[in-house]
Design a protein around this ligand. Structure first.
Ligand SMILES: Nc1ncnc2c1ncn2[C@@H]1O[C@H](COP(=O)(O)OP(=O)(O)OP(=O)(O)O)[C@@H](O)[C@H]1O
Ligand SMILES: [Mg+2]
Length: 99
């Protein structure tokens, strides 16, 4: 069974004439013990994909499951705990204090 599964994920940003689709029906499965690289040109949606996979962003539609449990069925607190214990997440744009 895959440890991480994205099923038919769509992500839109913006509204009305500024509405853009960044992820279009993306499905992805990561098997335990495997390494996956998400590659593509700048602006193709890699960070959007990763923030959705890490439970930081809820997609416009579609499902994300970790160890068989849908993020829909977990609280924000549960997803925070998942990132503490099971998902290492290094943000592309981190916001550390200059000091
Ligand atoms: N919060 C947001 N609001 C509006 N548009 C956004 C938002 N986040 C990302 N986008 C847009 O979605 C598209 C994909 O962005 P994303 O950051 O996922 O790309 P990327 O593949 O990670 O790019 P890079 O290689 O430069 O890091 C871009 O057009 C970006 O401007
Ligand atoms: Mg990025």
């Amino acid at each position: 069974m895959s440890v991480l599964s994205l099923q038919h994920v769509n992500q839109f940003f913006g509204t009305d004439s500024a509405r853009v689709q960044v992820l279009n029906d993306v499905s992805f499965d990561a098997e335990p013990g495997t390494l996956s690289l998400i590659v593509g040109p700048s602006g193709s949606g890699k960070s959007t994909f990763l923030t959705i996979a890490g439970g930081l962003l809820t997609p416009t539609s579609g499902e994300v499951l970790f160890d068989g449990t849908s993020y829909h069925d977990t609280s924000k607190h549960d997803r925070d705990r998942l990132r503490l214990e099971s998902i290492g997440f290094v943000l592309q744009a981190y916001h550390l204090l200059p000091t």
